[in-house]
Ligand binder design. Structure first.
Ligand code: MN
Length: 214
């Protein structure tokens, strides 16, 4: 049995139950002695009454991308978006699923050393809370169930991004592809292009290039 097969989520009826530690893959890909990233212990607590968080990290690794992460099941469900998010509902952005990240990754900024997994600078491009709008057959379902079923919808309450976004799986294994799109609401705006015009970190005020330069 492949090592990662025990990190999958088994969906039984209406509940999604993590069978074991969903951060195994995160830890396996990283050398704790060499990367400044969070170690990634056990998954954290579910958000409970507190609003769940989202974060978008701009990451200049092998290729530039924006990592889109949603808090669910005590981890950050993650996708890498090569062109970054758009505020224009006509723009479909490719989003490649990546491994679950620990909750404390949401505030990580820094430079991952060259030669390490994901080597390159990272900034927190946007962050905030979200409301879950994911539905299946007209009934609201948890984000983790939406991830398993291939469709998630959330209302972002960030500094740069606001409004509803949908993530939809379009491909199948072994290389599933997802699409990230702004859904039509009063926050949609085809004239904005925040990836280009608002490049600075919402934590440090630095651009990803300035982060690389130290
Ligand atoms: Mn990344």
């Amino acid at each position: 049995m492949p090592k990662d097969s025990c990190t999958t989520t088994i969906t039984t009826g209406t509940r999604a139950t993590p069978t074991t530690d969903s951060l195994q893959e995160y830890r396996r890909k990283r050398d704790r002695r060499r990367t400044p990233e969070p170690a990634g212990g056990r998954p954290g607590r579910r958000s409970g009454r507190r609003k769940p968080r989202f974060v978008i990290q701009q990451h200049d690794a092998t290729a530039m991308h924006w990592d889109f992460r949603l808090e669910a099941e005590g981890v950050l469900k993650s996708w890498a978006v090569p062109k970054g998010p758009s505020t224009d509902p006509r723009e479909k952005r490719l989003a490649m699923p990546t491994e679950d990240h620990p909750l404390d990754y949401a505030t990580f900024e820094g430079v991952i050393p060259e030669g390490e997994y994901g080597g390159g600078p990272v900034i927190v491009w946007d962050h905030g809370t979200y409301r879950n709008l994911t539905e299946k057959n007209g009934r609201e379902i948890p984000v983790e169930e939406g991830v398993a079923a291939g469709h998630v919808k959330v209302f972002l309450e960030g500094k740069k991004l606001r409004g509803a976004y949908a993530l939809t799986r379009t491909g199948t294994k072994p290389r599933p592809r997802w699409i990230l799109v702004k859904t039509k609401d009063e926050h949609a705006d085809a004239r904005r292009n925040p990836v280009r015009t608002e490049p600075r970190s919402v934590i440090s005020g630095r651009t990803v290039r300035e982060m690389a330069e130290g």
